[in-house]
Design a protein around this ligand. Sequence first.
Ligand code: ADP
Ligand code: MG
Length: 372
Amino acid sequence: MNAVATPVPAAVEIVALTKRYAPGTPAAVDQIDLRIASGSYCCLLGPSGCGKSTTLRMVAGHESVTSGDILLDNRNITNLPAAARGTAMMFQSFALFPHLSATDNVAFSLKMKGVGKAERQKRAHDLLDRVAMGHLAERKPGELSGGQQQRVALARALITEPRVLLLDEPLSALDPFLRIQMRAELRRWQKELGLTFVHVTHSQEEAMALADTMVVMNHGVIEQVGAPHAIYNHPASEFVARFMGGHNVFDTPAGPIAVRNDHMRIAAVDGAATHGLAAKVTDVEYQGTYVLLGLALDAAAPGRQSVSVLLGEAAFLASPYSPGDSVRLSWAEADARTLGPGVKPPGQRSAATATTPAGALRDDTAAIAMTL
Ligand code: ADP
Ligand code: MG
């Protein structure tokens, strides 16, 4: 159908990668190690300021490295210029030139490289065909839908024949409906092209929907790496459990644990329920398939913020709850996940050890005995 070479994906390896923007300041990225499998969809996830974009920009060659190495299929690219790395970047809201046609947007980097007009137009057309946009090649971005613009941006990134596509919050400026459509399309293209995608996002929902591998970052370091279901079912730290959402964190004599809100057991206090944590329902939110209950624990200590319980619609309707109801909360021991300490903010951790022994972070809260 067209003459575009099938791109060859590459594995990305990051070794002790560090970025310090100014001497004496905390590292924005602090000695991270990461291996991203060739042809996989990897999402770097974490709150604003945790070092996601800095990491991506160092891989792209748009930011210098303070120390450490970046390898593409075992080739050290740490000091190569951006254009020589085999990576390409796709930016927020696609960043297309509004005054240029789709073809000229896609051909732009070839023009910069001095490729002749006939050749660059042909290659741009071939790529637009590949993303099913050949018939709209002469339109300007303003004459294209959001989805069509994304495909043009994808073709533009692919024209340099990258082996790794880097995406920095490509969907975050879109309205929610388009964002969900576009992420499904990104996922489809990644599978179809077979390329390695590294996608930065602060949305756990987006990362879970897209990623083969999720990398949860906090304070310039990696808290946890794994498949979305593995992280959701076994969050490594309180930070990860809270950031992923859908979990309650409790303190126990053995340390903090997380319990998924759909694994919580709830019973009305009507004489039958005599064990578990006493709590009051504060909010009832009908969500269709599920009903989300917000609760406040009677004792302040164990769950230091409000607790939630997610019930199936049928279960809720069979025994409904209202705000103000007194209940007891419990869970099966098999559903409790022991949490590690996670990382401290820079300045509070020593250079030698980024983590502290389990429990060392917990002296702010009295451990309580749980009756389950
Ligand atoms: P994220 O993409 O996860 O929101 P960034 O990688 O942009 O985080 O930023 C990580 C940290 O580095 C933040 O503290 C941020 O303020 C700082 N930072 C980012 N870019 C620069 C820069 N060009 N100069 C100085 N500090 C920066
Ligand atoms: Mg960023």
